[in-house]
Design a protein. Structure first.
Lengths: 299, 222, 281
């Protein structure tokens, strides 16, 4: 548990750390106690409000179908956005200006616009000029918005993944006489996919969270929307929000853990080139460089 | 051609978007830095709290957080944010609070990765001349870390700008709120979509370019 | 070597994704098979989240006044309850769902007005509701004007919210939330002093077990809402059949029974059954 940021604590530092711990603990406990009291005050802790979540019907009628729709929209978006993103990302690295520039423009444009606006817009477009039934339309609108946005993000993931490969790979490929297309498909892409997998999985977390936008603004029957039908039945608005938040946390935590497990595994594997994009590289922090400071946190 | 804009104050809506962005950006930078400091601090409990906070908040949809500020913080916990008699103002402040709580998790992760880019020798040298943990962090590590994470923080800022649209869910009349209203009332869907898309491109692209340039200039040469 | 590992991993991801998709689409097929089923099934649009009017129950069945009316009308049109597929039609989607023929008719707190009558045809009205206020049992709010300076809740962007701000109590402090159940929850916790929308909707919430006896309707008639059955524009034959069914429902007492069953516990004083084709402005 040692870190280069501070020395191994001596007796005085130990005492200070213990004191700080206690102070912090007391503050935290006070905050939690206050939250609990207030909840109790407003009768939000009554068992009657929480009891529905122990019945199977609350899950089979509302929450699980909602979760299924959430996952369905997320999976569809990912499956469509991935090839589209790969196409855009590779186009952006083309030697031809007329391919590179439009691809770059598309990527930058859709990355600049909020997903919510894309969804609202797609929804209205489908209402006016398509033959999609009003039951399915919110799903189409949500998936359209997510695909447009995430294809642009994934395009950058793909580009970063290929650029992260050692230059020697391309040079060697050219040296043995492969064409540009062959170099890309049989040398660069297969290696880049390895490097990109963690980043792709963690992008899935972003997609899962973003489906909730469709639930509130478009009436897409995902988890958050299923919650409102549930709360109309059991009159437990606040508890239902807490339960739904927990479901999201669990689902996304599984995805994030999978991403970091994958990253660690790929990084360790000796046969690889060693180039791995950390889960957060593209969306949050491209500067992420594997922990040189052993502070011991798991992701 | 632009007669569909009549009767709608698009600029006012975007001004609200900008205000949401600026207030939330400042707040999340402060809170995010504090979280990052906790995550690398010598006190195990603080480290645990920082880690737990980031992992929980990152995995909840922003929509849930924003709606919860209104239903939970305001209604249950009675936090009126100094605006108990004006729900419009209250909604705005609650939205800022929600955005800060959410964005800070990403700011924290960016800064933490920035801390990792500072060579070990810097921290070792700082300790060797007898600096304490907080001195090492404040005087040596963070100044360098900040300069190397301008790029990632820019991405967080752009994401934040776009995320302000979620505030529409609790009735804050920013750009997405107005767009939904206009789309329902007017016929020119495409034109309305284009106007709002353009608005966001105008807001985010220059920010990205400017800060990207700044990041390159300020980066610590190694 | 490497390729195989990669493809194995991507295959796993893909399989997972497909599995999720497959589960989802199975559900969808169940509900949408009605449209292809043709003559022996009927699709009706209702609300899913309004107790007393249209509510999806934990066991997957549906309850409420709109549902009872829809079931009765369907029976008169020649469909047994087990031939009905209820579909959720959100407020903003109702015109579109009818125009596209996704549903045969809609009974979902659908107020008749000129704007809507341009896009769809209405049978009925079958219920006359009014915009009203729901307050706590011990509240001193007795009329609309009392709301000035008080905290009021309504659903984001709804017409009843605008109505209060423009006409009834311009100085009321309006909180906008995503749904009525959120508003009712805010009323219960004391964050707002009143909730406003149609009295039928408010009565439905107030009649719920968890809220029984806590709230009262003020009894103000701030507007007239004539609930009609929405039918595709130009489908005169169906409108006539539904009108006949509604008249029969009133005359054989089923209408009164449905009102008492769904709104009874909330001390909701309903209007008499409206005359078919007479719209109270």
């Amino acid at each position: 548990m040692s870190s280069v940021l501070y020395d191994a604590p001596g007796p005085r530092a130990k005492r200070r750390n213990v004191l700080l711990s206690i102070l912090f603990f007391v503050l935290l406990a006070l905050l939690l106690w206050w939250l609990w009291e207030k909840m109790d005050d407003k009768n939000q802790l009554e068992w009657a409000l929480w009891e529905p979540f122990t019945t199977s019907q609350a899950w089979t009628t509302y929450l699980l179908p909602g979760l299924a729709d959430t996952m369905k929209a997320a999976a569809l978006s990912m499956i469509i956005a991935l090839p589209l993103g790969a196409f855009l990302g590779i186009s952006r690295m083309s030697d031809h200006r007329w391919v590179r520039v439009p691809a770059g423009a598309v990527v930058e444009f859709f990355r600049a616009i909020p997903v919510l606006l894309l969804m609202l817009f797609a929804n209205e477009l489908y209402v006016r000029s398509s033959d999609i039934s009003s039951e399915d339309r919110p799903m189409y609108a949500v998936v359209t918005g997510l695909v447009l946005y995430n294809a642009s993000v994934l395009a950058e993931v793909v580009r970063a993944g290929i650029l992260a490969l050692p230059k020697g790979q391309t040079e060697a490929a050219f040296a043995i006489g492969l064409r540009k297309g062959q170099t890309m498909t049989s040398i660069l892409l297969p290696q880049a996919v390895t490097a990109m997998l963690p980043a792709i999985v963690s992008q899935l977390v972003v997609i899962v969270k973003d489906t909730a936008l469709g639930g509130v603004m478009l009436g897409f029957t995902e988890l958050l929307n299923a919650r409102s039908t549930l709360a109309a039945n059991y009159a437990n608005v606040v508890p239902s929000f807490i339960v739904v938040a927990l479901i999201f946390i669990v689902v996304n935590f599984i995805l994030t853990s999978f991403a970091s497990w994958l990253e660690g595994r790929l990084r360790r594997s000796k046969r690889g080139t060693g180039a791995v994009l950390a889960p957060d590289d593209v969306e949050d922090n491209p500067a992420a460089i594997p922990g040189s400071y052993g502070t011991g946190q798991a992701v | 051609m632009f007669d569909f804009l009549e009767g709608y104050d698009v600029l006012a809506a975007f001004w609200l978007t900008i205000k949401l962005t600026v207030f939330s950006a400042v707040g999340s930078l402060v809170w995010g830095t504090m979280l990052a400091a906790m995550r690398v601090s010598p006190v195990p409990l603080m480290r645990g709290f920082g880690t737990a906070y980031v992992n929980i908040v990152r995995n909840i949809p922003l929509t849930v957080i924003i709606v919860f500020t209104s239903l939970g913080l305001a209604d249950i916990f009675g936090m009126t944010m100094g605006a108990s008699h004006d729900f419009n103002l209250q909604g705005f402040r609650l939205a800022v609070l929600g955005l800060v709580a959410y964005t800070a998790a990403f700011v924290c992760e960016s800064i933490r990765s920035g801390i990792n880019t500072v060579p070990l020798g810097q921290a070792e040298a700082a300790r060797a001349i007898g600096l304490s943990f907080s001195q090492t962090l404040r005087l040596v590590i963070l100044p360098q870390a900040f300069r190397s994470v301008i790029g990632p923080l820019t991405n967080v800022l752009i994401a934040l700008t776009k995320n302000t649209t979620v505030a529409a869910a609790i009735g804050v009349a920013e750009a997405a709120f107005l767009m939904k209203e206009m789309i329902e009332n007017e016929a020119q869907t495409l034109a309305i979509g284009a106007v709002f898309a353009l608005g966001f491109v105008v807001l985010t692209l220059p920010t990205g370019l400017l800060l990207g340039w700044l990041g390159k200039r300020l980066a610590v040469k190694r | 070597m490497k390729l195989r590992k990669v493809s194995a991993a991507s295959a796993a991801v893909l399989a997972l994704a497909l599995a999720a998709t497959a589960c989802g689409s199975d559900d969808k097929d169940d509900t949408s098979s009605g449209s292809s089923g043709g003559g022996d099934k009927i699709k009706i649009g209702i609300k899913y989240d309004q107790p007393g009017l249209g509510l999806k129950e934990p066991d997957g069945s549906f309850s409420g006044f709109d549902v009872d009316v829809a079931t009765y009308v369907a029976k008169e049109l020649g469909y047994e309850p087990n031939q009905i597929t209820f579909v959720e039609t959100k407020s903003a989607d109702r015109e579109n769902a009818l125009a596209r023929g996704d549903v045969k008719f809609i009974a979902a707190t659908y107020s008749i007005n000129d704007e809507r009558a341009k896009k769809v045809d209405f049978a009925g009205p079958y219920l006359l509701a009014h915009q009203d206020l729901l307050v706590k049992k011990d509240s001193d709010i007795a009329k609309g004007a009392d709301l000035n300076g008080k905290n009021l809740c309504s659903v984001t962007g709804s017409t009843s919210a605008q109505n209060v701000r423009d006409k009834i109590a311009p100085k009321a402090n309006l909180k906008q939330l995503g749904g009525y159940s959120e508003c009712i929850s805010a009323l219960q916790s004391g964050a707002v002093d009143a909730v406003t929308t149609d009295d039928s909707i408010l009565a439905g919430f107030a009649a719920q077990d968890k809220y029984k006896g806590q709230f009262k309707l003020v009894g103000e008639k701030l507007s007239n809402e004539n609930y009609g059955v929405g039918v595709k524009k130009g489908d005169k034959a169906t409108v006539d059949k539904i009108n006949a069914a509604l008249e029969k429902m009133v005359s054989d007492g089923a209408w009164d029974k449905a009102v008492t069953e769904n709104f009874g516990p909330a001390e909701y004083k309903n209007e008499k059954a409206p005359k078919i084709g007479v719209i109270v402005k």
